[in-house]
Design a protein around this ligand. Sequence first.
Ligand SMILES: [Zn+2]
Length: 199
Amino acid sequence: MNDSPQQWDDILADTLVECGHCHGPMSPLPPEAPQPRYECLRQMDSACTAVAMPAPELERYVATQMVAEMVKPAVADLLREAVHQVVETELPQHERELAELEARGNVPASEVEAKRDSLGEKRRAYQQLMDPEAFSPRWQVDWWNRRADTSSKRGLCPLFFTKIEVRSGAAPVPGAYEDERITLHWRVWGSVPEDKDLL
Ligand SMILES: [Zn+2]
């Protein structure tokens, strides 16, 4: 037996996960919990108690569906455009914020350093996504599975989904492509929120 905590990326942290019965929010236990589960927080419907799903199971399902969508050529083109738009507006904004922190002089060095690190991370994430080879299906799948960090994955989810509903019901057979307990609300492309901090 392996006693180490279950691996869990928490990629849905910025995406709305909702109970399909009472439409209340669903939230997993903290990431350090050995077995984080999404559970209905409102419990207003008799079916709510049965709406619980291990966090990695829900995240794996969502990621599989999202990567399958992402590799469609038309979607890849739109995604690249969306990322490009964000890069043009968001990076300069973060650079200005860093410059302001540095200029203030009374900000603890650790805070400036943290901001600088976070900007560096964003730059690297954007560079990966803006790579001209990035949106070939093979590259994307490989990027998602082996190279993308959690913040990039987390940043992409709200680009694809407005919300995710989970209902009670029997778990599908392992490896099944569809899970009837989960309804993904796909974002209509072109409605990417401009002020969203994507990565
Ligand atoms: Zn509920």
